[in-house]
Design a protein around this ligand. Structure first.
Ligand code: AMP
Length: 584
């Protein structure tokens, strides 16, 4: 692709994507593939693109990852360091007899060993599967067995607390590699000491020929029903990781990038590990959990220029107030993006007020492997919109009421299911061992996302809700997000979750659960005020008929409000799989 629409990264702070329409028209995945190196002997391997090609070039001494431990103490790894350490990890696997295609699971916090293991695993052409370290024993057992884990990397502490008790129920698990506290040697029966193996492992490793379609990553995601789904991704996905990092996150070589996501979830792998490395930037990785002061301090001290976070965190920052921001120098921050759940317009407006730049919402999911729809640096942000499809991505809105027939909706502002033409490199290649569940996601060459959305006359996409969360009342389809957004704009509301409550006449009525900000108490007066506020803003059909106060709302560990659980509790039904429920 020759266009000026996508500038060479070396041109500096001008956005990489300067002209959306031209870039969209001219983009080809062949051009994107050419931005990468390829293995010297042919083929494509994520770890080569992320690490080795930079270690062999002029970015060898550039800091690739800067880790902050819980005390805030940093450890830096240059691209050269990363190459050496990931070579060792790959050699270690080889020495254990772990071969191409076998699955290496990791259960750890955001510590260097996890990142080294991920890339070393890919070098040895094994499949990397991260698990969220806050999972309890049952979700770990379930996922490790579905995924056929052969190796598990974890810390001594996590092993003793969560894995030892299920070890006998993991028949396929051959090797447990333990990371000792503070680099100390471990001595736990039935396990191996990671550092001991790393010490003796060889420093040289040559990545074997890797086909673009060889499986690289396994990410678990949850459906409305059934067991967790293992979404399978291949090495070719790196083309999308790289180019979306460049176009949607606007990564430039001198950027300091902070993705706050945990690698236990897909964002923490695609954009917490792969995309910043392939783009050659410095990544900040903070081991600690959310703390408003610490986050602002990190942005300041690490001179973060591009920041990728999530709406829940943004709302928590909003809750912490505007005054605290004034204590910090955030002048290096030039681009901020958000993903994972709806970003309410109020949060975008707030960010513009306090940072001088807006959060750029973008949309994607575990199955798509990379960002699909985004607000770009050079584009006008419409608060509340997810933005426009990435170059190379054909998005559309479809009617999907009939069993296997879909119909594209061409008119603007009509709600339907968000669908993507199934022709981009990072699209998942299967749900592990569940071909039927996988095939059900595709119709007429489109991948059906399960999300409801609208597209406006300018081509911006607007999230409505998950297909299965949408409320039907008096014949009207109502998106819970629309209602929640409005409630969140009320000064008293900290969190809002909206469900459809069965009703003999209207089929469902809109019911809202809200938790209040500090300084506000539930009262009949406040309840009426909120009902009035919502009714005024949304109209009688869309506004909630009922509001119930709760001290806090149930969320998944990745921050999404669990409407399903609110509904089950409301109806007195079994709560189902709550393994991803955040501990209250
Ligand atoms: P996950 O696979 O866990 O990343 O979840 C993907 C789902 O999160 C999507 O299908 C959406 O329902 C939701 N999601 C992700 N990004 C956004 C966004 N920007 N706005 C609204 N919902 C989002």
């Amino acid at each position: 692709m020759s266009s000026e629409a996508i500038k060479k990264m070396s041109l500096g702070p001008e956005p990489n994507l300067v002209d959306y329409d031209n870039a969209y028209r001219e983009f080809t995945w062949g051009w994107a593939r050419d931005q990468l190196d390829g293995l010297p002997g042919g083929g494509l391997n994520i770890a080569h693109e992320a690490v080795d090609r930079h270690a062999l070039g002029n970015r060898a001494k550039h800091v690739a990852m800067r880790f902050l431990n819980k005390n805030g103490e940093p450890t830096e790894h240059t691209f050269e360091d990363l190459r050496d350490k990931t070579n060792k990890f790959a050699n270690l696997l080889r020495a254990l007899g772990v071969v191409k295609g076998e699955r290496v699971f990791a259960l750890a916090g955001r510590i260097p060993e996890l990142y080294i293991a991920a890339l070393g695993t890919l070098k040895n052409q094994c499949v990397f599967c991260p698990l969220f370290s806050a999972f309890g024993p049952d979700p770990i057992k379930m996922r490790a067995n579905i995924g056929g884990a052969k190796v598990l990397l974890t810390t001594t502490q996590l092993y003793e607390r969560k894995v030892a008790q299920i070890r006998n129920s993991l028949p396929l698990l051959k090797h447990v590699l333990l990371i000792g506290e503070n680099g100390e040697k471990t001595n736990v029966p039935g396990t191996l000491d990671l550092y001991e193996l790393m010490e003796t492992a060889g420093l040289e490793f040559s990545i074997g020929t890797t086909d673009e379609e060889d499986v690289a990553l396994l990410h678990f995601t949850s459906g409305t029903t059934g067991i967790p789904k293992g979404a399978v991704h291949v090495h070719q996905a790196v083309i999308a990781h790289h180019v979306t990092g460049k176009l949607a996150l606007d990564l430039h070589p001198e950027d300091v990038f902070w993705c706050t996501a945990d690698p236990g979830w897909v964002t923490g792998t695609s954009y917490g590990i792969i995309a910043p490395l392939t783009n050659g930037v410095t990544s900040i990785i903070d081991e600690a959990e959310f703390d408003a002061e610490r986050w602002y301090r990190t942005l300041q001290d690490e001179k973060v220029s591009v920041w990728y976070t999530a709406p829940t965190a943004i709302r928590m920052l909003m809750k912490a107030g505007d005054e605290i921001i004034k204590k910090y120098d955030l002048s290096n921050l030039r681009f901020m993006a958000s993903v994972g759940e709806p970003l309410n317009p109020e949060a975008v407006v707030w960010s513009e007020k306090v940072f001088g730049i807006p959060f750029h919402d973008n949309w994607w999911q575990t199955e798509t492997g990379g960002i699909m729809i985004a607000n770009f640096a050079s584009m006008k942000v419409k608060p509340g919109s997810m933005g426009k499809p990435l170059p190379g991505i054909t998005a559309t809105i479809v009617r999907n009421d009939e069993d296997r027939i879909i119909e594209e909706i061409k008119e603007p502002n009509v709600q339907g299911e968000l669908a993507l033409r199934a022709d981009f490199p990072s699209l998942f290649r299967g749900y592990l061992n569940e071909p039927e569940r996988y095939n059900n996601c595709f119709r007429s060459g489109f991948y059906l996302t399960g999300d409801l959305a609208k597209r406006d006359a300018d081509g911006y996409y607007w999230f409505v809700g998950r297909k299965d969360d949408v409320i039907k009342t008096s014949g009207h389809l109502i998106g819970p997000f629309e209602v929640e957004s409005i409630l969140l704009e009320h000064k008293a509301v900290a969190e809002a979750g909206v469900i459809g409550k069965p009703d003999p006449i209207a089929m469902e009525v809109v019911k809202a659960f809200v938790s209040l900000k500090g300084g506000f108490e539930p009262s009949e007066e406040l309840r009426r005020e909120l009902l009035g506020h919502a009714r005024k803003r949304l109209g009688a059909v869309v506004a909630p008929k009922e509001i119930e106060f709760l001290p806090s709302l149930p969320r998944t560990r990745s921050g999404k409000i669990m409407r399903r659980l609110l509904k089950a509790r409301e109806l007195g039904l079994p709560e189902g799989d709550v393994s991803t429920l955040e501990a209250c």
